[in-house]
Write a protein that binds this ligand. Structure first.
Ligand code: ADP
Ligand code: MG
Ligand code: MG
Length: 207
């Protein structure tokens, strides 16, 4: 595929819902170590709500779909991750207004808007041991691949690889945002749950 279609975004979201269901326990275990042991439950509740939305409605454009996904996540998920992933999709929608398909550059703009939205909403950045440690390198890797002439699937694969590496890099970090920051130095030595779910999001795009 050289572009993201409504069907493609729907497939991405359905794959992510399945992935989250498969990783629910793992995400909750990661959150048990440095948070309040609910990240898997939160994400599963959110993505179940998104899957129901996909079952119930059909969408003509990418932005309307992404906006509904964002609203579903905000309303279904309590805690930090719901509003943050909700913001991701609400902002992802904005550069895609009225579009049924997005080419590689349009998808880049949507990904940047999404990640910048998370950054603003959470007042966090790379190095704070959050989902941004997976999301930011992923978008950078995507752009680099597109600039080098890669097609969309290859660029998304590079993004997923960078997200995995960014997620792994959270292990030694001391958390500066979210519940894990309450632990101070004791947050080091554990992989961040939100960076893990974010890396799974990029993986779902290429499955
Ligand atoms: P809660 O911490 O409210 O229980 P979750 O457990 O669902 O919510 O999500 C925790 C994840 O949210 C963390 O692992 C981290 O990746 C992410 N997170 C928390 N605070 C922020 C923030 N300010 N900015 C970005 N991500 C954050
Ligand atoms: Mg939690
Ligand atoms: Mg919680």
């Amino acid at each position: 595929a050289t572009s993201l279609t409504v069907e493609g975004l729907t497939r991405w979201l359905r794959t992510y819902a399945t992935t989250i269901a498969d990783h629910e326990e793992h995400l909750t275990e990661l959150d048990a170590a440095i948070g309040d042991a609910d990240h898997g439950t939160n994400m599963a509740r959110g993505m179940t709500s998104v899957a129901a939305l996909l079952d119930d409605q059909t969408f003509e454009t990418l932005d309307v779909l992404a906006k509904k996904v964002g609203m579903a996540l905000v309303s279904a998920v309590g805690g930090a991750a719901g509003p943050l992933y909700g913001t991701f999709w609400l902002r992802f929608a904005q550069p895609l207004a009225g579009l049924a398909t997005a080419d590689a550059d349009q998808l880049s703009r949507a990904l940047h808007a999404a990640v910048d939205g998370v950054r603003q909403r959470g007042k966090a950045d790379v190095g704070d041991k959050t989902m941004l440690d997976a999301l930011v390198p992923a978008v950078d890797a995507y752009d680099t691949a597109i600039t080098q002439g890669a097609d969309l699937p290859v660029a998304l694969t590079r993004a997923a690889e960078a997200a995995d590496a960014g997620c792994a890099a959270t292990v030694p970090m001391v958390a500066r945002k979210g519940r894990a920051s309450y632990l101070g130095e004791r947050s080091a030595g554990h992989q961040d749950p939100g960076a893990t779910s974010a890396a799974l999001l990029l993986r779902a795009a290429v499955k």
